[in-house]
Design a protein around this ligand. Structure first.
Ligand SMILES: NC(=O)c1ccc[n+]([C@@H]2O[C@H](COP(=O)([O-])OP(=O)(O)OC[C@H]3O[C@@H](n4cnc5c(N)ncnc54)[C@H](OP(=O)(O)O)[C@@H]3O)[C@@H](O)[C@H]2O)c1
Length: 243
């Protein structure tokens, strides 16, 4: 099996790459922007798991390059994991549209641009799977991160629609909704220790859910219940809260 990881330099993507290489012995295309870091991760995976891994340059917001990027992959992947994302700075994004635009493009528009190309190919071939990493931040708009949250909410809706389209064609789409994970994205944030997941824990959850062909998963599991409560707080109360 050949797996394409988009945003493979992400800490959680690296943990997922290792998990799939170890358990499925699958060969990997590791795609991201920082090629020096990517080459290092590629060497690490090849040495540890005796699988083939290739580093490929990919920029989620360079939309015009996406068709060529995918056409150059030979052989074509059997599955794709979309992991790239950018948290950005909420206050900066409120003040400067350029920051808001980077957040929206890096999380949402890039995902639509590349996944539509891949979905079209999987549809023609009648097989494949897509695992998309969104976020619990997309479940309800909150003052502390609603620009990132709205982009992730759009990713979740998009993946739901893609699942609906592709399920009739033997192609499975899984949406992953992580809570807090200990990665470089959150390294400067003060987050409740008890709610944090290590990248390896998230990778374990994702791999288990992939094997069971789950549609939507929260990682860690308790986020399903936290978000159930948060989504159900009546708006007149919620709008007065500081979250
Ligand atoms: N950490 C959390 O608490 C958390 C919670 C919920 C959801 N998530 C989501 O989980 C996913 C993985 O996040 P992470 O925490 O592992 O983050 P991370 O370690 O900060 O990695 C994010 C990666 O995204 C890549 N990226 C950003 N913009 C890109 C672009 N334009 N083109 C290609 N790659 C790009 C970067 O690649 P380069 O290094 O190559 O530039 C970076 O390594 C993201 O979608 C994130 O939004 C994270």
């Amino acid at each position: 099996m050949k797996l394409l990881i988009l945003g493979a330099n992400s800490d959680v993507a690296h943990a997922i790459s290792k998990k799939f290489a170890k358990e499925k012995k699958c060969d990997l295309y590791l795609a991201s922007r920082d090629m020096a870091l990517l080459e290092k991760k590629t060497r690490d995976i090849k040495a540890r798991y005796d699988v083939d891994a290739t580093a490929v340059s990919f920029d989620a917001v360079d939309y015009s390059s996406h068709k060529d990027f995918y056409e150059r992959l030979d052989p074509k992947p059997d599955g794709v994991i979309l992991a790239f994302g950018y948290l950005g700075d909420q206050i900066k994004a409120q003040e400067k549209f350029s920051e808001a635009k980077t957040v929206i493009e890096s999380n949402y528009m890039g995902a639509v641009s590349i996944l539509e190309i891949i979905a079209g190919d999987f549809e023609k071939r009648g097989s494949g799977f897509i695992i998309g990493i969104s976020s619990v931040a997309g479940d309800r708009g909150r003052q502390s991160n609603y620009i990132y949250g709205s982009a992730k909410g759009a990713v979740s809706l998009y993946l739901g629609g893609l699942r609906n389209r592709l399920s009739k064609k033997n192609i499975h789409v899984m949406t992953v909704l992580p809570g807090f994970m200990r990665t470089k994205m959150t390294q400067n944030l003060e987050l409740p220790e008890k709610l944090m997941a290590e990248p390896d824990e998230a990778a374990e959850d994702i791999y288990r859910a992939y094997k069971k062909k789950r549609n939507i998963i929260y990682t860690k599991w308790f986020w399903k219940y936290i978000m159930l409560i948060i989504r159900n707080i009546p708006e007149p109360i919620f709008k007065r809260m500081s979250m």
